[in-house]
Design a protein around this ligand. Structure first.
Ligand code: NAD
Length: 376
């Protein structure tokens, strides 16, 4: 039996080597695609091409008795790699006439990401860091665009402190809140203004499929090239009014980060053995630990600022706290019937989304499980 098994394993190894060769071939083709896209200014993420390609590979796989989801998983993972490497060929510069871009806070995490991307696209980028204010006037005097990317609680003050910018200079920010910075920018600068919120952190492999939120300020016709430039980088633009954005972020960021914070605080104070918890984890709990734990690997000031950005956020968190208390009453009363009733009510509210989320999370869990190594 051992001989038979070894022979089969040798054959599998040979096939795997072929897969590696094919992947190398595919990646080198992708590199060429990157070069062509860079020359012609085409976005690195082409949703229609991606959907059509996946559909035909699924069909071909099915005909060969290969599960369609298997080829889709392999290709999606390969495409992620491709998106990350496509940026190596740089990007077409959509506004070559633009005078230098000045990033205030450009040595920081997100400012650094945008500095790299602008430079990869052929723009000249200067940084106005916290120690550079003595030179601020000369740094911005010929700026074509000024990007503010400093900690949230300093943003307003930094915008107020900016020297006078050239009339046609675009002033924008990358802050996680939008209404206040946008109002401050409109107040200090009479030229084009736009509020931006990249919905990602500095740890993304590429901007493909990432969302950049855009709240118009003034003279939108003057910065359409910028939004197109982001699309070339692979990002999707989501236009929204600044106040509406901030209301959405109350749930999407403030409440979510706060519940992670409170859960982490609770874990730390209960002080279970984390190694044991990890070992005992179901895949979903492992993901939950990761989602909560990743918060504590990041900058507490950024999250403190996001959570406490407005009274509206704090009021929402307090309402959540109140509902938590109401839900606890069900437990105190050992009222299973009430639990089921409330559960069904929420399920109804989720509607079709609950099944969609079930499917999506199943895929995530399968991928999380693939990454686990149980050996020593
Ligand atoms: P960061 O702390 O990494 O960078 C901020 C930079 O600003 C630092 O280099 C700091 O030295 C500099 N700075 C501080 N005071 C300054 C001053 N007075 N003048 C000039 N520079 C000054 O923070 P970050 O995570 O890059 O966040 C920057 C902005 O990006 C914030 O508004 C944040 O809301 C937004 N943002 C961050 C993320 C993220 O995940 N990091 C995601 C989306 C949006």
């Amino acid at each position: 039996m051992a001989v038979e098994l070894n022979e089969l394993r040798d054959q599998i190894d040979a096939v795997d080597k072929q897969i590696v060769d094919l992947l190398a071939q595919r990646l080198s083709l992708v590199e060429k695609v990157g070069e062509v896209k860079s020359i012609h200014g085409l976005p690195i993420y082409a949703p229609d091409r991606e959907a059509a390609m996946l559909a035909s590979r699924r069909e071909e796989a099915e005909k060969r008795g290969v599960p369609p989801q298997l080829i889709e998983d392999i290709l999606r993972r390969t495409m992620r790699e491709s998106y990350a490497s496509e940026k190596d060929s740089g990007f077409k510069c959509l506004n070559p006439e633009l005078r230098p871009i000045v990033i205030v806070g450009g040595h920081g995490q997100l400012g650094g990401v945008f500095k790299r991307m602008f430079e990869l696209s052929g723009y000249q980028v200067k940084i106005l860091g916290s120690q550079d204010w003595d030179n601020a006037e000369s740094l911005v005097k010929d700026a074509g665009m000024v990007v503010v990317s400093v900690p949230i609680h300093l943003t307003d003050g930094v915008i107020q402190k900016l020297p006078k910018l050239p009339d046609d200079c675009i002033l924008c920010d990358l802050t996680s809140i939008k209404a206040e910075p946008l109002a401050a920018m409109l107040e200090v600068h009479a030229g084009p203004v736009v509020g931006l919120h990249p919905m990602f952190g500095p740890d993304i492999p590429s901007m493909a499929k990432q969302v950049i939120i855009c709240s118009d300020g003034r003279a939108p016709e003057t910065y359409q090239w910028l939004l197109k430039q982001f699309e070339i980088w692979g990002a999707s633009i989501c236009a929204i009014d600044a106040k509406e954005h901030d209301n959405g972020m109350t749930l999407i960021q403030a409440l979510r980060h706060f519940t992670s914070f409170a859960y982490g605080l609770h874990l730390a104070q209960e002080n279970p053995n984390l190694d044991t918890l990890v070992q005992l984890s179901s895949p979903i709990y492992r993901l939950e630990l990761a989602m909560v734990g990743r918060l504590f690997a990041q900058d507490p000031n950024l999250y403190g600022d996001i959570i406490m950005a407005s009274q509206h956020n704090i009021d929402m968190i307090k309402r959540f706290h109140h509902r938590f208390g109401e839900a606890i009453k069900i437990l105190d009363n050992h009222d299973k019937a009430e639990f089921v009733k409330q559960f069904e009510g929420v399920s109804e509210w989720y509607g079709d989304y609950s099944q969609q989320f079930m499917n999506e999370s199943q895929n995530l869990l399968k991928q999380a499980n693939d990454a686990i190594h149980r050996g020593k």
